[in-house]
Design a protein around this ligand. Structure first.
Ligand code: ATP
Length: 236
């Protein structure tokens, strides 16, 4: 197995109104190529901080991170074209159609326009591509955001809480999309605080609590050794 993401001993302390708050206390995680990897933990456990540090959006205080074997953030310019990410609430022009939105982003990113329709198809938006984004549900906007992250044909896709705020149908569609991506050879790393979501879609999981890894491994192994109740308690 090849590790696509390796995080070792990550540290991050925020300073808030003069007080120090330790968000990551030596967090460690490995994501293997071609898998859907669920990054699971309760609110405030450090998931977003980890993903933002990995993508160079914030600076960690210590530890080592690698993507595709290259140390990041130092080597980010060399690997950034191989990574697609949605780590913030996507903001789109509501008056644009889904297709025009992606065309604009493709143009800005130097991506051939011919790729736009394939990505809309992949995320299940082909039949709504000519409708304005203002008519899209939250789930459809999330999938449009994933489509934008896929424009460069990344080998790794990182999604922060992709199911957040979605209704059950939206969650199912997002789950299917992540599965389809992995089946097509793309590695997917996504965060969640919903155990059910992780169980059904993941090959492997890492559980974080209080800025530390509390469990990791193939999803069946982790759930077998951490009974559902125990995981639920951790996630409460
Ligand atoms: P959620 O699911 O709520 O997004 P999370 O697991 O992603 O949670 P983080 O957002 O990484 O967790 O937050 C970890 C801790 O760091 C929390 O206690 C949070 O309040 C704190 N924190 C996050 N961002 C900042 C910031 N910019 N300034 C100060 N504290 C922060």
């Amino acid at each position: 197995m090849t590790a696509v993401v390796e995080i070792d001993g990550l540290l991050k302390t925020y300073r808030r109104r003069g007080r120090r708050h330790r968000a990551l206390a030596g967090f460690t995680m490995t994501v293997e190529q071609g898998q859907v990897h669920g990054f699971l933990g309760p609110n405030g456990s450090g998931k977003t901080t980890t993903l933002r540090a990995l993508l160079g959006l914030i600076q960690a205080d210590g530890g080592a991170m690698r993507m595709f074997g290259r140390l990041v953030p130092g080597a980010l310019p060399d690997v950034v074209g191989r990574v697609g990410a949605v780590v913030e609430n996507p903001r789109f022009f509501p008056g644009f159609t889904g297709r025009d939105t992606l065309r604009l982003l493709a143009d800005a990113g130097g991506v051939p326009p011919g790729r736009v329709d394939a990505k809309l198809e992949l995320v299940g938006l082909a039949d709504r591509a000519r409708d304005r984004v203002r008519t899209y549900s939250l789930g459809m906007r999330q999938r449009l955001a994933v489509a934008s992250a896929l424009l460069k044909d990344p080998e790794l896709v990182i999604l922060d809480e992709p199911a957040n705020g979605l209704d059950p149908a939206g969650i199912r569609e997002m789950r299917q999309l992540m599965r389809d991506l992995a089946d097509g050879g793309t590695t997917v790393l996504f965060s969640s605080h919903l155990l059910a979501e992780v169980q059904q879609v993941c090959d492997a999981v890492t559980i974080i609590a209080g800025g530390r890894r509390v469990a990791a491994g193939p999803v069946e192994d982790v759930l077998a050794s951490h009974t559902e109740d125990a995981v639920r308690v951790r996630l409460a």
